[in-house]
Design a binder for this molecule. Structure first.
Ligand code: FDA
Length: 308
């Protein structure tokens, strides 16, 4: 019911305009989204780096409906990677991208998204950083994994996200693990009504732990993308159990979420990478964050009241 409400809200143009028009609501949005443009996001990234955190930047650009728009997204990423190099951030800041923004959902989309992602991966390597692929709804999972496998022939460092709420993911973790692999595992933000997914939170949590165990016992770099204190503790225990040092895995969290915990983990010596979304098309991302967690809605309204 809560999710259905937000799904409707994510399509509500009036609410979007209201958020845009009101300076107070823009301030609350900025807690979760670093800005409309690279220039606005720059300060947010710099302050994370000052705190000893790392970042992965994700551009929330216009929807991709044509191959030309997909090419424009590639050009935008090439520009951000130049900025990352010019700032001297290549050791600490990488990029994340959705395959739909690179054309995956268009005609011959798999081929198009593969060559577009390869162009970004090549530029990331030239600059001295990496690319990680986001994962979208279940209809795209098999295609995304095929694309990762193709890209890895030339760019084994390309990372990808796997969603623990899919029953297939534990096997995918095992299949994709390799010496240079970078697998980001999260619980999954999409909830399709399909047999292929776990719906119960406890089952998703158990799957998450199994995926973590597989990755920690594997050869690649596990990227533990969660804010869940229980999962964080289990990841630390599994790492100790598998003789992984502090730098042999990463914790990853979203911009503006559990910021005290982000710094606490970094102070313990862990690598903590923050997913920094920015761009003019921030609205669906922002609504997803509200939908994910009732407490975020409380934060939203508290922000409104305290700014009066
Ligand atoms: P979950 O929502 O299960 O909450 C468990 C506990 O964590 C809570 O009880 C609370 O203690 C704590 N917690 C969670 N959110 C909190 C908050 N806002 N404030 C305080 N405490 C909080 N998804 C996807 O489908 N495709 C993708 O490509 C990505 N990419 C991605 C990258 C990165 C770096 C991250 C961190 C996440 C994603 N996600 C994603 C989103 C992910 O799948 C998931 O929806 C969210 O991270 C929420 O799940 P959690 O594991 O954080 O906790």
């Amino acid at each position: 019911m809560y999710r259905t409400f937000f799904l409707a809200l994510s399509r509500n143009e009036t609410f979007r305009r209201l958020l845009l028009a009101c300076p107070v609501t823009r301030k609350v949005v900025k807690h979760f989204v670093a800005g409309d443009s690279w220039d606005e996001a720059r300060d947010g990234i710099a302050s994370l780096l000052d705190k000893g955190l790392k970042a992965t930047v994700d551009y929330l650009g216009p929807q991709t409906r044509t191959a030309g728009q997909a090419a424009a997204t590639v050009s935008a990423y090439i520009g951000f990677l130049d900025q990352i190099r010019d700032e001297g951030w290549a050791g600490d800041v990488e990029v994340s991208v959705t395959l739909s923004s690179l054309g995956l959902l268009l005609r011959d989309g798999e081929e198009l998204a593969t060559s577009n992602a390869a162009a970004i991966a090549a530029k990331a390597r030239e600059v001295g950083t990496t690319l990680t692929l986001d994962m979208e709804d279940i209809t795209t999972t098999s295609k995304a994994i095929r694309i990762v496998n193709t890209l890895r022939k030339d760019y084994p460092e390309v990372g990808c996200l796997l969603q623990a709420n899919l029953k297939r993911t534990e096997a995918d973790c095992r299949a994709l693990d390799a010496p240079e692999s970078r697998i980001r595992v999260s619980k999954g933000a999409y909830r399709p009504p399909a047999q292929a997914t776990y719906h119960d939170k406890h089952d998703v949590d158990l799957s998450y732990v199994r995926c973590l165990k597989t990755l920690m016992e594997g050869e690649g770099l596990p990227m533990v993308a969660t804010h869940d204190p229980v999962m964080i503790e289990i990841a630390q225990e599994l790492a100790a159990h598998t003789n992984r040092g502090l730098k042999d895995f990463e914790f990853q969290m979203l911009y503006g979420v559990r910021v005290v915990e982000q710094e606490r983990l970094a102070d313990l010596g862990h690598t903590v990478r923050i997913y920094v979304p920015f761009g003019e098309n921030w609205y669906p991302y922002f609504i997803r964050r509200l939908a994910e967690r009732p407490a975020n809605l409380g934060f939203f309204f508290r922000g409104l009241l305290s700014s009066r």
